[in-house]
Design a protein around this ligand. Structure first.
Ligand code: HEC
Length: 142
């Protein structure tokens, strides 16, 4: 009986080790997408495209809600995640599109950077979406 338990524990350990090393290999192979800043007219072109804003919204609600709240209201409750509100006009790291993009790309404080996790056009889309939150004209919530 003890032998069986030991064997299963070792087996499970091996499986986890395999999965973990696979994860490490995959994440090392993914290159950091180059950080491209845009000029004002390129940003407003993106901001006027509903498809871009919608893409940003989806990405935001998948990856950022747990710290910044589903609609950017921030989370100040219990739990291990702490973020700041993104739907107000207070910006620690600057309120321009490029400043926000820089923060999202490199991370800040307890927030890790997303330069390695997302492609740059997704980061642009998220930036555009976040800006709509603070301008208090969010997309129709559905
Ligand atoms: C693990 C929690 C966490 C996640 C997930 C997270 N953030 Fe953050 N974020 C933070 C914290 C904490 C700060 C404040 C940084 C500091 O301490 O100065 C912050 C700051 C920011 C800021 C700067 C706010 C300001 O006032 O200048 C932006 C923009 C931002 N986050 C966007 C995002 C986006 C976009 C995502 C998803 C791709 C995201 N965050 C995911 C925790 C998180």
């Amino acid at each position: 009986m003890i032998k069986k338990i030991l064997v299963s524990i070792i087996f499970l350990g091996l499986v986890f080790a395999l999965l973990f090393s696979f994860r490490v290999i995959v994440s090392n192979q993914r290159p950091l997408s180059p950080l491209t800043f845009l000029n004002d007219s390129a940003w407003s072109e993106l901001a006027e495209d509903p498809a871009v804003t919608y893409r940003g919204k989806i990405q935001y609600q998948l990856r950022c809600y747990k710290c910044h709240g589903f609609n950017g209201e921030g989370i100040d409750s219990f739990g291990k995640y702490h973020g700041v509100a993104l739907n107000d006009s207070t910006w620690i790291y600057g309120s321009s599109y490029n400043a926000m993009l820089n923060t999202i790309y490199h991370g800040a404080g307890d927030m890790r950077g997303y330069g390695k996790k997302l492609i740059i056009t997704d980061l642009h889309a998220i930036t555009v979406y976040i800006k709509t939150l603070s301008e208090s004209k969010p997309l129709n919530s559905e």
